[in-house]
Design a protein around this ligand. Structure first.
Ligand code: GLP
Length: 244
């Protein structure tokens, strides 16, 4: 794992945007795995700016998002489909038909998960997967637990995640209790992974990445088995770094 510690969120966003942009410049028809949450927003703004300045072309890019609440309508402003349209897709020259988010409106979630996993494989797999991390170490919505799932699946959100994500909702009761998410195996199949970690509340989850251990109660530790991970964190998240 290559680690880049940035002084602040602005620097983290700029570094991440450079890496994403390089991927698209080197392979204009890249398959990108994308993430939601507040962490990637600064990076998305920069990518949109590059696109608007004519420095970055998304016309051949294909995207697959990690996850989506379930059930949720696409037009609901809390849905991850809505988030992606607002924060990135509507600001760049991507073909919206090339953007994929698990369907929170699917009648049968299991069928939708199998379809989603197949769609990624049919495109040839993800070239660069962007990830954030939950305070509890979740990636996508792969929540801590005794076991983890390898493929796209439906999952119950933990209390911790419901509480953390309630900041985007009017009240905590409005946060969906389930989600569809790519599995740990779906994520690890990506050729490259870019993990962004910002803020002091992520410190504990982040420090587990600097030990040799893999533990299912911090799903992000599974990233240690991947040969090509870039971790960008800010000073707030890194603090004084791992205990000596
Ligand atoms: C959600 C998403 C994750 C994301 C996490 C962190 O739960 N499912 O993919 O990494 O939030 O969000 P934030 O960046 O807002 O802390």
């Amino acid at each position: 794992m290559r680690v880049i510690v940035c002084e602040n969120y602005e620097e983290l966003s700029a570094q991440a945007a450079k890496i994403m942009a390089s991927q698209i410049i080197l392979k204009p028809n890249s398959i990108l795995g994308l993430a939601t949450g507040s962490t990637p927003v600064g990076m998305y703004n920069r990518l949109a700016e590059m696109n608007q300045n004519g420095d970055l072309d998304f016309s051949k890019v294909i995207t697959f998002n990690l996850d989506e609440y379930y059930p949720i309508e696409k037009t609901n402003c809390q849905s991850y489909r809505y988030f992606m349209n607002e924060n990135l897709f509507s600001k760049i020259n991507i073909d919206i038909n090339n953007t994929h988010v698990p369907n929170g409106e699917a009648a049968d979630p299991m069928v939708e998960c199998a379809r989603y996993e197949r769609a990624i494989a049919d495109c040839g797999g993800i070239d660069l997967q962007l990830l954030g991390i939950g305070q509890n170490g979740h990636i996508g919505f792969n929540e801590p637990g005794e076991t983890l799932s390898s493929v796209t699946h439906i999952t119950d959100l933990t209390e911790n995640t419901i509480k953390a994500n309630s900041r985007f909702f009017d009240k905590i009761e409005d946060v969906p209790k389930k989600a569809l998410t790519m599995g740990i195996g779906s994520i690890l199949k990506a050729k490259k992974i870019l993990l962004l970690v910002s803020g002091q509340n992520k410190h504990d989850a982040l420090m587990d990445l600097f030990t040799p251990e893999i533990k299912t109660n911090n799903p992000a530790t599974l990233l240690k088995v991947h040969p090509d991970v870039i971790l960008i964190c800010d000073r707030a998240a890194y603090g004084d770094g791992p205990a000596k």
